[in-house]
Every structure is written in structure tokens, then in C-alpha cells.
Ligand binder design. Structure first.
Ligand SMILES: Nc1ncnc2c1ncn2[C@@H]1O[C@H](COP(=O)(O)OP(=O)(O)OP(=O)(O)O)[C@@H](O)[C@H]1O
Ligand SMILES: [Mg+2]
Length: 250
């Protein structure tokens, strides 16, 4: 299963993805988290000590072109056997999960000017997953990447929304675009929820009830300030991660 996350800036996409990744891991899944935000923050959120040492997938562009002997725009032949050994260089293992960072791709590179979206799209569409493997894609805010078709090959898009009108507006825009690019499943996830009224506000504004609600948690907020991995917090999000996982698996 390949799951991506979207929503307005700062609504909690990375936090929720980290908690979800941890939940999948606890359920015995082989988890690969890909941070596709050009300003990556997933490694810190997961408590990786030296995030700057992760080699960005962006660097793979040249390798892919060299190995395949193809130029930009051509299909990637034999991508999986070619790439599996290669992927290791771009992947770190942390706390029982794998993490990759897209990074910012240098364009205008001799021989290849592949925009970052191309590399990611190829990876996503060519990565073959077994039943027990899950890919979680953390995205930058906004809707531009949807327009670029970056997340082709995604099975389920989660749109994080907080109880504010502007967040709802963005979430609805994201949903519309995601439908246009034919993402098979799109669901809303509520964050920073304080009470039942927040839940109803979201449900009526969105026209559908979010599939999970994450509470406004003081321990999550403090963890970020103290650079503590959100995944190490006990009960910071109550049963929200496990409910979200159940809905995704259903
Ligand atoms: N449920 C929550 N309770 C309290 N604080 C939260 C919660 N979810 C996220 N936060 C805090 O809100 C801030 C933004 O969260 P996060 O980085 O996950 O958002 P984002 O949507 O990924 O942001 P960006 O658009 O910049 O990528 C962080 O400081 C995080 O700790
Ligand atoms: Mg983020």
C-alpha cells in the first residue's frame, strides 16, 4: 500500500505520518517513509540524530540515467533489479523503519534536467510492494505537487485538516485536485481537535466525516520543541493512530 499526505501548511502532516508509520511498524509492516518535502522535517520528527547525513533521492537522478542509458522522459526499463541495490544508498534504517528523503533536485545537470517530481513519480510507480510493505509519503503543503502528478501510483491520499475555515478550504481544494488526477482513495484526517464541536465543524464543512481525529496534544507540541521523537511519546495521540490504521486497512 502506498499512502500520501497533504493539506495546508503546518496542519500536522509530518506529525501524523510519523505516528502512522510507527503504528504500521507495531503491526508488523515493513515501512518505508519517503519525505518528499523540499524542506524535509520527517527525520527530526522520527528522532533521527543526523538527518543531514541522509543522501537525498535527488542524487539518484544521475545514477538512474547512467544505469539505464536512457535520457529524461524515457521509460525506466528493469528498474527494480537495477535499483534495489542502489536504493540502499539512499535509505536509512531508523527505529525499525526505513526512511528516504527526496531533497531538492538540481536541474540543468548535464544530461539530465529531471525535475524532482519525475524521480519521485518513477520511484512510486516502479516500486513493487508485497502485502506486508507500506510506503508513506510525506508531502509539502499546498496543491502544486498534485498538479505536477508527482504522486502517481498512490493508493490512498490523506488530507489533514484542522478546525478552521481556511484549512477546510484548502482540504477541499486538495480533494478536488486529487480526484482530477484519479487517486483511488481520498480521506480527511482531523488534527488539533479539542472537543466534539471541532469534529462536527469539520464534518459539516467538509461534507463528510474525517476517518480519524487527532487531539490537540500538549505533549506533541512540547516534543517538537525539545527535539523528542513524536513516536516515543506514550499516548500522545490516544487511539487515533490505530483507528487511522484500521480504516486504511479496511
Ligand atoms: N495533534 C497535535 N497536537 C499538538 N501539536 C501538534 C499536533 N500535530 C502537530 N502539532 C505541532 O504542529 C507543528 C506543525 O506540525 P507538522 O510539522 O507535523 O505540520 P506539517 O503540516 O507537516 O507542516 P509543513 O506544512 O510545514 O510540512 C509542530 O510543531 C507539531 O509539533
Ligand atoms: Mg511537514
Amino acid at each position: 500500500m502506498k499512502i500520501a499526505i497533504s493539506g495546508k501548511g503546518g496542519v500536522g502532516k509530518t506529525t501524523i505520518m510519523a505516528l502512522l508509520a510507527n503504528e504500521f511498524k507495531k503491526n508488523g509492516k515493513d515501512v518505508l517513509v519517503i519525505d518528499a518535502d523540499p524542506s524535509p522535517h520527517m527525520a527530526e520528527t522520527l528522532g533521527v540524530k543526523h538527518p543531514e547525513e541522509i543522501r537525498p533521492i535527488a542524487d539518484m537522478t544521475k545514477l538512474l540515467v547512467e544505469r539505464s542509458g536512457k535520457t529524461e522522459g524515457s521509460p525506466m526499463y528493469n528498474m527494480n533489479p537495477e535499483v534495489n541495490d542502489m536504493l540502499v544508498d539512499f535509505m536509512i534504517s531508523h527505529d525499525g523503519m526505513k526512511l528516504m528523503v527526496l531533497g531538492a533536485i538540481q536541474t540543468g545537470d548535464k544530461g539530465c534536467a529531471c525535475p524532482e517530481s519525475n524521480v519521485l513519480r518513477r520511484m512510486l510507480t516502479k516500486l513493487l510492494l508485497s502485502e506486508d510493505q507500506v510506503v508513506l509519503l510525506d508531502m509539502e503543503a499546498g496543491v502544486e505537487h498534485l498538479g505536477r502528478g508527482t504522486i502517481a501510483g498512490i493508493d490512498h491520499l490523506l488530507v489533514v485538516v484542522i478546525p478552521s475555515k481556511s484549512s477546510i478550504r484548502t482540504a477541499l481544494k486538495v480533494k478536488k485536485l486529487a480526484e482530477d488526477v484519479k487517486i483511488p482513495k481520498i480521506s480527511f484526517v482531523g488534527n488539533l481537535i479539542q472537543d466534539e464541536e471541532d469534529k462536527s465543524f469539520l464534518e459539516s464543512g467538509l461534507g463528510v466525516r474525517p476517518i480519524a481525529f487527532f487531539k490537540d496534544s500538549q505533549s506533541i507540541r512540547k516534543a517538537e520543541r525539545q527535539e523528542v521523537a513524536v513516536t516515543t511519546l506514550k499516548n500522545a495521540a490516544d487511539s487515533a493512530p490505530s483507528e487511522l490504521l484500521q480504516k486504511l486497512m479496511a
